[in-house]
Design a protein around this ligand. Structure first.
Ligand code: GLN
Length: 537
């Protein structure tokens, strides 16, 4: 087993996760089995309790773990299956250590950051190595070198690398090389300093990936090599990509990062054949068609809150050779200006997951507009609940229909708390989470798209369709096209006389990849495209 540790320097948001994931793509294409893991130095047990303003999207795994969004990159860029072991936070480490202490497992010793906390971190590396049986395990350390809270993680990986010996573990440092306009040049000092900071704690990086907005000239590379103690070819240019994050593996390949990694780790494998990946990029850069999709949410000003949704839409585009322009629409703007004004001209409307009351009426108006105007609609989780409320209010005439999440005393609780959720007091990790089977209605649109009778999809919700309204809805043409195998929980709904109106209680966006677009997103974009072309001018 070989280990690659990815650290970050100078500033956050450098795309360490993407770099780790893109390296994973390249190594997989060289025939290696790759596993990826993320360490997060914050004290939350998982990001599930954090606001999107703090953290961006919460990415859900098959086993129900609520994880960092970098795990989404890992799953999109590689074919590795992740579990809750693949995302370790300081909160989890301390929780375990303190529980062990209470159980007397330390046999009277003083419990300390070194060796107990670091030992717990190292155990996790070995556990993932053991569980995945991968050839290479890439471990990304969250945060920036120099942060106090990251120190135990860095000490842990330093010791770990020492333990497994040279040629078995390498350090890849992702850093920033800013362009200073006034001087008209790229500056290497921040990189030098962050590498010095790493060396201070005993880590000497083998490879330095330099994020930059302009090409790294020879002199700049030489300078970084000289002052950071790495060979010239270990200074990698990681320039901003022009069109898509999916260009990253190709960019790193041009820089020969994977060759270097294989050389350092003594992995004898053929070069990566990236032709299929190049075809994906071709479709992204020069698609045969173009469509415009509105995503109606309340965190649209944030880059990362709907990360997987945006990515899955793009994948749906790839599947249809269709470039997708994503219009990020603030649900509250619809409340102010009306759906017609805000949404006129978009090819499709998507309402993603969400919590809390803000913007709900705007989302309902968007779903209504889609239904009435025959605009393709895809609802995800909250987006299905929204479609349900809308249909109840305007087709069934259920005045004041709502979800009890937003209005406790609604006369028509068409969306209500799941039975299992009643009495749940703790907030963290207590929703209906992870992959659950969903039985599809034969001949329905979703069933045809999936081309399977039963599918497994990931969940993260507390509320559900209220079954006492099922018959009334059905009578009005609301199709329940997916349920749990026991028929109890509604999982998918759709409308018949509509170009495409589907909504699901789960999160299909978590299982879409550029080279394996999710069927629902593929179908949604196909419907948008067809609908646009069928429309009279
Ligand atoms: N807030 C809703 C629920 O808890 C929807 C959750 C979601 O969209 N992820 O059921």
């Amino acid at each position: 087993m070989k280990y690659i540790f990815v650290t970050g320097g100078v500033v956050s948001s450098l795309g360490k996760g993407l770099t780790a994931a893109a390296l994973g793509t390249l190594l997989e294409h060289r025939g290696l089995k790759v596993a990826l893991q993320k360490f997060d130095p914050y004290l939350n047990v998982d990001p599930g309790t954090m606001s999107p303003y703090q953290h961006g999207e919460v990415y859900v795994l098959d086993d129900g773990a609520e994880t960092d969004l970098d795990l989404g990159h890992y799953e999109r860029f590689t074919h590795t299956k992740l579990t809750r072991l693949n995302n370790l936070t300081s909160g989890q480490v301390y929780q375990t250590v303190l529980n062990n202490e209470r159980e007397g497992k330390y046999m009277g010793k003083t419990v300390q950051v070194i060796p107990h906390v670091t030992g717990e971190i190292q155990d996790r590396i070995y556990m993932v190595a053991e569980m995945t049986k991968a050839d290479v395990l890439i471990t990304e350390i969250g945060g920036t070198t120099g942060d106090i809270e990251g120190l135990p993680f860095l000490e842990a990986i330093r010791e770990f690398a020492q333990d497994v010996g040279p040629n078995n573990a390498i350090f890849l440092h992702v850093t920033y090389v800013p362009f200073i306009k006034a001087a008209g040049e790229l500056k290497t000092k921040p990189t030098q300093q962050s590498v010095a900071k790493l060396r201070e704690i005993g880590i000497a990086p083998h490879i330095i990936a330099c994020r930059c907005e302009y090409p790294l000239e020879k002199e700049v590379r030489q300078k970084i090599a000289l002052f950071c103690n790495v060979p010239y070819d270990a200074v990698i240019e990681a320039k901003d990509v022009d069109h898509s994050i999916y260009e990253m593996p190709l960019m790193l390949q041009r820089e020969r990062m994977d060759d270097l990694v294989c050389r350092l780790l003594q992995l004898e494998v053929p070069p990566a054949d990236m032709r299929s990946w190049q075809e994906i990029i071709r479709k992204l850069i020069a698609p045969a068609h173009r469509v415009r999709i509105a995503v109606v949410g309340k965190y649209i000003e944030l880059q990362d809150a709907y990360k997987s949704v945006y990515e899955a839409i793009i994948h749906g585009g790839i599947a249809n050779d269709c470039g997708v322009q994503i219009e990020k629409v603030d649900a509250e703007q619809i409340e102010r200006d009306g759906a017609e004004r805000v949404l006129k001209g978009v090819g499709g409307i998507l309402v993603p997951g969400g919590f809390g009351e803000r913007g709900i009426e705007g989302k309902i108006a968007a779903a209504r507009y889609a239904r009435e105007m025959g605009v393709p609609y895809l609802g995800l989780c909250l987006g299905m609940q929204i479609a349900t409320i809308e249909f109840g209010r305007h087709i069934l005439g259920l005045v004041g229909a709502h979800s009890t999440e937003f209005q406790k005393n609604t006369p028509h609780p068409v969306i209500d708390l799941q039975e299992e959720q009643r009495g749940v007091r703790l907030v963290g990790g207590t929703m209906r989470l992870g992959a659950q089977p969903c039985q599809l209605l034969m001949g329905s649109r979703v069933q045809q798209l999936y081309d399977a009778p039963v599918v497994n999809e990931r969940h993260r919700h507390r509320y559900e369709f209220n079954n006492s309204y099922r018959q009334a809805y059905e009578e009005q043409g609301f199709v329940f096209s997916g349920t749990t195998p026991d028929g109890r929980l509604v999982e998918c709904i759709e409308l018949k006389d509509h170009p495409f109106y589907c909504a699901v209680q789960f999160h299909p966006e978590f299982q879409s990849k550029p080279d394996a677009p999710h069927p629902l997103f593929r179908g949604f974009i196909a419907a948008v495209h067809e609908h646009l072309h069928r429309k009279p001018l």
